[in-house]
Write a protein that binds this ligand. Structure first.
Ligand SMILES: Nc1ncnc2c1ncn2[C@@H]1O[C@H](COP(=O)(O)OP(=O)(O)O)[C@@H](O)[C@H]1O
Ligand SMILES: [Mg+2]
Length: 178
């Protein structure tokens, strides 16, 4: 088994309503804040998959709120990129939905954003159409009954640390919500 697969860490979160999605986003934001120094050294790439309306933008919006963004958080589905400076990090919210062929990503220049000190949260990362394209934390958002299910797969060391921190913050917020 490849080392990366052996080290993969997975968590699932049942999100009964929009408030639960907001709490999970806040937990992920708290994790990003806790890992600021590590992200300044190496960067963090988060891929968000799932059908339209499954909650990818809602989750990122809640992350940004937790990181102190108070103004409008627009979906990047038209602009492709929205950028924020938070917690001494550059936070890039990207949406690749409109990419239809491999050259769309390679000529976009977006790869230049994947640097130490940056968090790249990417909706539709699979639309990069690039076999070597990799993320640290893959989040799958699914519509389930009246709620949502979020599945986090951590694929790298920083991804695993981020997921462990998110799990801890989520547990604390669950206990507080009960
Ligand atoms: N846990 C949840 N249960 C039910 N509805 C939710 C939940 N989380 C978010 N939503 C709703 O689902 C929609 C998600 O939209 P959006 O975040 O734009 O999706 P996407 O970016 O995946 O296309 C919003 O209308 C939001 O209010
Ligand atoms: Mg969206």
């Amino acid at each position: 088994m490849p080392a990366a697969a052996a080290a993969r860490l997975t968590s699932r979160f049942a999100l009964a309503d929009e408030a639960a999605t907001a709490r999970l986003g806040a937990a992920l934001g708290q994790a990003i804040e806790a890992l600021t120094e590590a992200i300044r050294r190496g960067g963090l790439v988060i891929g968000l998959s799932g059908e339209l309306g499954s909650g990818k933008t809602a989750l990122v919006r809640a992350v940004l709120r937790r990181l102190g963004v108070t103004g409008t958080v627009k979906s990047p589905s038209f602009s492709l990129l929205e950028l924020y400076t938070v917690s001494r990090l550059n936070f890039y919210h990207l949406d690749f939905y409109r990419f239809s062929k491999p050259s769309d990503f390679s000529t976009s220049g977006f790869r230049d954003l994947f640097t130490p000190g940056s968090v790249c949260a990417i909706e539709w990362p699979e639309q990069a159409h690039e076999p070597g394209f990799s993320v640290d934390l893959q989040i799958g958002m699914q519509i389930a009954d009246s709620g949502r299910i979020a599945k986090f797969d951590a694929l790298t060391q920083i991804g695993r640390e981020c997921l462990q921190e998110t799990n801890g913050a989520w547990q604390t917020s669950q206990d507080a919500a009960c």
